[in-house]
Ligand binder design. Structure first.
Ligand code: MSP
Length: 524
């Protein structure tokens, strides 16, 4: 039976201008989704836009349009980003869709119908007096706040807070503390990386307060079932997208039955608490299973500075792709920092990676081998003779890569995957230098054919593995090796599907050009 793999990105605040931080979360998911598809899984990758809440209502009012017309327009920005980055999502959800209203109201009812582990109603009506940050769409306690330069109170995220006092439904989160701690204990890899897991468990161990889950002072949201004066708290609405995407409230058949619980919710570290504390509590309260894993990645800065509209240093992914190339940007973002840590973008770092690892290492390997085959082997896959120890060593290392890479992928260690692949690329370049096939072309064409065959076969393995990261460039390399479209999944990894001698190969062309700053352009 085919195994399923369901993974999600956060849904993006619809009124934000897409930047590399947004591109990063989805890119990580896209690579995982592509990898799992190649590895034979039935994958569903969900992304979309988060369209309700006070922040969106304010932006629409500022733009002088009604919120629906506003979100219809700006949601497109995230679809455009997905196209520009070559994301392969299977579904794009908007929280203003009817299917999502249905799911949100259904989860509310399921939570309200159940009782907490301490035998209380999960949801009760009271009044919320406290601090709210519109920018984060989050409530804060007095103790968490500091005083900003202008004397105003500031949330830990830096967002301004406002005093809110209104009737509100509450979710009895305080009753779920022990259940959550038991759940984290029983599922040690539920939150990765480990340091983030420790942050969450110590937060929960410190005690949980009930959570205000409805608002009455604005209307832009999903109405609370049975009480139209209230709309649902935007985070409860937003988190529910993950089950809307698989057809909730239908749970017995269809996508929910196939895909839930999700294998992974990928999130940035700033929204971990919502995903690792509130979301599993909501789900358990509704009698639903929590997801299998939350991975919290780090944040990107721009040349050492926090990326923000007010600083004017937002990096537009479209500009990056235009300047450096799509696969180059995809490679850079996942190679530059250990996944989970914060990263810093700079043109110098980008160009260094492009020129040394893509152009010099990978591009050069493919280019010189394919050019020699074209020139010296009548543009056909050469016929190998007997293999030496060095030949066997290179090939068996290439064949062994998939298992290593799979382990790293399963813990979202993208940097380890790329380091492992690059170890083999460097070994292959070392083998080219040691075997010197250009000399063999004059002295021993039989041995030259063997060396070029071994290299072409090693490159086939490498290109199969780099497909999830760099789909276009890897596809071009596989084209140039004469590997058919159908023979590019991991089923074709290994010696049983080796290149067939005599296969005609198209004219080779470089895949990773060196980046050269155009004269006269500014240094960036
Ligand atoms: N709408 C909520 C998510 C709801 S999910 C049920 C939200 N949206 S967001 O647009 O602000 O952020 C979406 C993702 O982008 C988050 O994972 C966030 O961490 C990520 N990033 C935003 N800026 C970032 C950087 N500068 N660097 C890396 N990722 C960052 O939160």
């Amino acid at each position: 039976m085919t195994k399923s793999y369901y993974l999600t990105t956060p849904i993006y605040y619809v009124n934000d201008a897409p930047h590399i931080g947004h591109a990063y979360t989805t890119l990580a998911c896209d690579v995982l989704a592509r990898f799992k598809r190649l590895d034979g899984f039935d994958v569903k990758l969900l992304t979309g836009t988060d369209e309700h809440g006070q922040k969106v209502a304010k932006s629409a009012a500022d733009a002088g349009v009604d919120p629906k017309a506003f979100t219809d327009r700006v949601s497109q920005n995230f679809r455009d980003l997905a196209d520009a980055m070559n994301f392969s999502h299977d579904d794009f959800i908007r929280t203003t869709e009817d299917r999502h209203k249905t799911a949100s109201q259904a989860i509310w009812k399921a939570i309200a119908a159940g009782t907490s582990p301490k035998g209380n109603n999960n949801i009760y009506l009271a009044s919320y007096p406290g601090w709210y940050a519109v920018r984060d769409e989050a409530f804060y306690s007095e103790a968490e706040l500091t005083i900003g330069a202008d004397g105003k109170k500031i949330a830990p995220s830096g967002a301004e807070v406002e005093w809110v006092e209104e009737p509100s439904y509450f979710f009895r989160l305080s009753d779920w503390q022990d259940t959550l701690l038991e759940f984290y204990d029983a599922n040690p890899d539920f939150i990765l990386p480990k340091t983030r897991r420790n942050e969450v468990t110590s937060f929960v161990s410190g005690g949980l307060q009930d959570l205000s889950v409805s608002r009455t002072t604005f209307k832009w949201g999903v109405p609370v079932p049975g009480d139209d004066d209230h709309i649902m708290y935007v985070w409860l609405d937003a988190l529910t997208n993950y089950i809307t995407g698989v057809g909730y409230p239908e749970t017995e058949t269809g996508e929910y039955a196939t895909y839930w619980p999700a294998d992974l919710h990928m999130v940035g570290k700033d929204i971990l608490r919502f995903h690792a504390v509130y979301w599993p509590a909501f789900l358990m309260a509704a009698g639903l299973e929590p997801p299998k894993r939350i991975f919290a990645h780090g944040w990107w800065t721009n040349e050492g500075q926090k990326i923000s509209k007010s600083l004017g240093n937002v990096i537009d992914p479209h500009d990056l792709v235009d300047k450096y190339g799509l696969d180059q940007v995809r490679y850079f973002l996942l190679r530059e920092v250990p996944f989970g840590n914060d990263g810093d973008f700079s043109p110098t770092a980008m160009i260094n990676r492009m020129n040394s690892e893509l152009a010099n290492d990978y591009g050069n390997l493919a280019q010189r081998v394919l050019s020699m085959v074209n020139k010296n082997c009548d543009a056909k896959v050469p016929e190998p003779g007997a293999l030496t120890d060095a030949d066997e060593a290179l090939l068996s290392a290439a064949r062994g890569l998939l298992d290593k890479v799979r382990d790293a992928i399963d813990v979202q260690a993208f940097h380890v995957v790329l380091e492992t692949i690059w170890g083999e690329i460097r070994a292959a370049n070392g083998y080219v230098d040691a075997q010197a096939p250009w000399k063999l072309a004059k002295e021993d064409t039989g041995r030259m054919a063997t060396v070029l065959y071994v290299l072409a076969e090693a490159i086939r393995h490498l290109a199969l593995l780099t497909q999830p990261f760099m789909p276009e460039a890897s596809g071009k390399i596989l084209d140039q090796l004469g590997v058919s479209e159908e023979a590019r999944t991991f089923e074709f990894y290994g010696p049983d599907h080796a290149l067939v001698a005599g296969t005609f190969l198209p004219k080779p062309e470089g895949v990773f050009p060196r980046f050269q700053e155009e004269a006269g352009k500014d240094g960036g």
